[in-house]
Design a protein around this ligand. Structure first.
Ligand code: XMP
Length: 305
């Protein structure tokens, strides 16, 4: 990449030329990619761009509120509360790819409704280089790449960051003045906490995953991981108070990586791990066990599904 400042000038001009006087939409997930793409495109065409944030109920603790605040300067911002619809659509589904598919479909439905309402002719996407590579290899279906263009008959797709790596996107985000909460945000998968609970997505598992992820992110912040996360694996026996319980097993994972394509499990000191364990089991009645994942990628992936 050339320097961030020239990159921004160049892309803002390109986006302006591409969209012209038409309307455009972007799916804003709150992650650094879509946020940066939205900020770039907003700079180019202002309220002709409608950023759409779908609250799937699969987001991290406080994320919806943070996004609302960060992007409140965009008058056209739409926040769609689709929590109940997603939970309903995911009910009974246990296969990881089927879960991704249901989320992708649900997302497209919500997004399409807004795109039609605002008569959007262009779709702006925060696709980056590694997304394209992984999708070509069909390692996983990334709903942020496929699907959307086919549903609404867009005149064009604008992907200003398609050749950038994640660390380059962060540089651009910083240069655009996006707050640290966005520019330094850990990558978070499109399907959200759904790929951090094994098997069926239920409100109970999501609540455990949401709290545990919050603890892990807080406690590992100064370890500067590429991603730190918690996943709900299943149930196992434990003892709480005087009672044997069948409680949730939570896996904690922290990895170093450049682009997510390969990763190394981080060496985390025992005291920190114990603090995480004690907070997760202490703050969640239903968690009986916390384990730390020492596997690199490959052979594991970063997420659990
Ligand atoms: P994995 O788990 O495949 O993840 O090692 C590599 C990187 O991609 C993120 N990830 C996703 N991002 N949609 C996304 O937008 C997805 O379906 C998805 N699955 C994984 C993951 O968080 C990591 O940064």
């Amino acid at each position: 990449m050339v320097d961030p400042e020239s990159f921004i000038d160049e892309k803002v001009a390109e986006i302006g030329d591409a969209i012209g006087d038409d309307n455009a939409v972007i799916a804003l997930s709150g992650g650094v990619d879509s946020s940066t793409a939205a900020a770039l495109a907003y700079e180019a065409v202002g309220d002709q761009l409608t950023p759409v944030y779908v609250d799937t109920g699969l987001m991290r603790k406080g994320e919806t509120e943070e996004i609302e605040e960060t992007f409140s300067y965009m008058e056209s911002l739409r926040i769609v509360d689709a929590r109940e619809r997603f939970l309903e659509a995911l009910s009974g589904i246990t296969d990881p790819e089927a879960k991704r598919h249901a989320i992708g479909e649900g997302f497209i439905r919500e997004f399409e409704t807004v795109a039609r309402e605002v008569d959007a002719r262009f779709l702006v996407q925060g696709t980056i280089y590694p997304d394209r590579i992984e999708s070509e290899g069909t390692i996983k279906s990334h709903h942020n790449v496929g699907g959307l263009p086919e549903v609404v008959d867009f005149e064009g797709i604008v992907e200003p960051m398609r050749d950038l790596y994640k660390d380059e996107v962060r540089e651009v985000a910083r240069e655009l003045g996006l707050e640290a909460v966005v520019s330094e945000r850990m990558p978070f998968p499109g399907p959200g906490l759904a790929v951090r609970v094994l098997g069926e997505v239920t409100e109970e598992k999501l609540a455990v995953a949401r709290e545990a992820n919050h603890v892990v992110e807080e406690e590992l912040e100064d370890h500067d991981p590429w991603q730190a996360l918690a996943a709900v694996l299943g149930k196992a026996t434990g003892v709480k108070g005087d009672n044997r319980v069948h409680g949730w097993v939570v896996a904690v994972r922290s990895v170093e990586s450049r682009d997510g394509m390969t990763a190394r499990a981080q060496e985390v000191d025992w005291a920190t791990l114990q603090r995480i364990q004690s907070r997760i089991t202490g703050e969640n009645e239903t968690v009986s066990r916390v384990v730390y994942d020492v596997t690199h990628k490959p052979p594991a992936t970063i997420e659990y599904e």
